[in-house]
Design a protein around this ligand. Structure first.
Ligand SMILES: [Zn+2]
Length: 437
């Protein structure tokens, strides 16, 4: 922004009538906080009702996203044959929509047998004769929790706006699509933008795509996922999937990070849409600005989005896409060693401390405490670092979730925590966990 102002004041007197638009397009930042805010005002508005998959608000969001793709000049690709048993009539017409359905019965026997849903596609063809048949997938889920329900972490029946989760990733997806549509001539490989639905109920949109891909998975160079990128805090950006290719480290080292502090995690499997791609041996990168106390609550609203921070995140995402789409050779895939891809243990207890995913020291750092939770009542505080849970040493988040699995609601457990220079013990009476994930 500063650079733009400087150049324009120097040159505009002489060239004002000749090239203002050219000058503007060359020096204007690709994506601005203003652009993000305008889109956020639509996606996290009352009228979209929390974008719950299968409900009207979600369908409205789908239509908005497809209309934007179309406006930018993105196309789509022929849909693969639908599954033979698919009796789903089209919810929304081709070419931008992929219809699918899933069952919510597995969670709740009172639920409808089928939920009908759509993924939305926007395609940009690359220009390099050798590389353009290969595709880089850029994804974000656009659905959220509607009025709350079983995946919410609060009990209020109110619009769950999901501004960070994941209107933030969706506005990023749209802005990147618009940017690359304008710069399509520079593309070597093709780009496929996908807005997924059904994520909150269990990654149903991305799993459906993997079953019926538009470009064969063998020709998919990489999958870049953005889920919750709107709450940049202390400039810490988390990038997961780093273990899915040896190239990722080289790439990240080669990018200027500006004032971002990068936190790398090897895991290819995580609670978002990159996981099904990783399981099909596709290198993945997952961009994430961390959990917070409004996660899966009605209070995840647009006024709490760090728009300037998201601009910085998207600038880095864009530069990583540039490198990936233009790389002369394929990005090699590697499996992440089992021990780092451990699934979070299944546990029934609730504490109410929000883990700090950006922390990479020893122990589990708490970034926030949910008001009224067992952690709050016991006197745990934000920035406490849990180093021991009952008699179990806690070195990282996996130790912690593993330890939670060994206890039941109403057990009273001693937390040993580092608070500043002190180490103290706090007894916490564990609560009961809802079904949220
Ligand atoms: Zn979510």
């Amino acid at each position: 922004m500063k650079f733009y102002g400087f150049v324009s004041t120097l040159i505009c007197c002489a060239f004002i009538s000749i090239v203002p638009t050219l000058l503007f397009s060359q020096t204007r930042p690709a994506i601005t906080a203003h652009d993000l805010r305008l889109r956020m005002n639509i996606l996290a508005s009352d009228s979209l009702q929390g974008r719950r998959t299968g409900e009207q608000g979600c369908e409205k969001a789908a239509k908005y996203i497809a209309a934007e793709f179309k406006k930018f000049g993105l196309t789509s690709l022929p849909m693969p044959a639908p599954p033979p048993d698919n009796s789903l009539e089209m919810l929304l017409p081709f070419p931008y929509f992929q219809n699918y359905q899933f069952s919510e019965r597995q969670f709740d026997s009172t639920k409808k047998i089928k939920t009908r849903a759509v993924n939305i596609f926007g395609f940009l063809r690359g220009n390099d004769k050798k590389l353009r048949d290969e595709v880089v997938i850029i994804g974000a889920h656009y659905d959220h929790l509607g009025m709350g329900g079983m995946f919410a972490l609060d009990t209020v029946k109110a619009i769950h706006y999901g501004a960070d989760d994941n209107a933030s990733g969706t506005v990023g997806l749209l802005e990147l699509a618009e940017y690359y549509a304008k710069h399509r001539k520079s593309l070597k490989r093709s780009l496929l933008f996908i807005a997924f639905s059904g994520e909150e109920e269990g990654l149903f949109g991305s799993i459906n795509y993997i079953k019926y891909p538009l470009v064969s998975l063998e020709k998919t160079q990489a999958m870049i996922n953005m889920d919750m990128i709107g709450r940049l805090k202390d400039s810490v950006l988390i990038v997961e999937g780093m273990g899915s290719s040896p190239y990722w480290k080289l790439l990240m080292d080669s990018l200027k990070h500006n004032n971002l502090t990068m936190r790398y995690k090897p895991d290819g499997v995580g609670p978002s849409d990159h996981s099904p791609f990783y399981r099909k041996n596709i290198p993945v990168l997952f961009y994430f600005t961390g959990l917070h106390k409004d996660y899966h609550k009605a209070t995840d609203t647009k006024d709490k989005i760090n728009y300037e921070g998201e601009v910085q995140v998207l600038d880095l995402v864009r530069r990583s896409i540039d490198a990936i789409q233009s790389k002369p050779d394929r990005i090699p895939f590697t499996l992440v060693p089992e021990d780092t891809t451990k699934k979070a243990g299944v546990f029934k207890v609730y504490v109410g401390g929000v883990p700090d995913y950006g922390y990479d020291g020893e122990g589990l750092k708490i970034s926030d405490i949910t008001a009224g939770s067992p952690a709050d009542k016991a006197g745990l505080k934000a920035d406490d670092i849990v180093i021991q849970f009952a008699d179990i040493t806690i070195k990282n988040i996996y130790d912690y979730t593993g330890a939670l699995g060994k206890f039941k609601p109403d057990d009273v457990v001693d937390f040993r925590v580092k608070r500043g220079k002190e180490v103290i013990t706090v007894a916490v009476k564990l609560g009961k966990r809802s079904n949220a994930h």
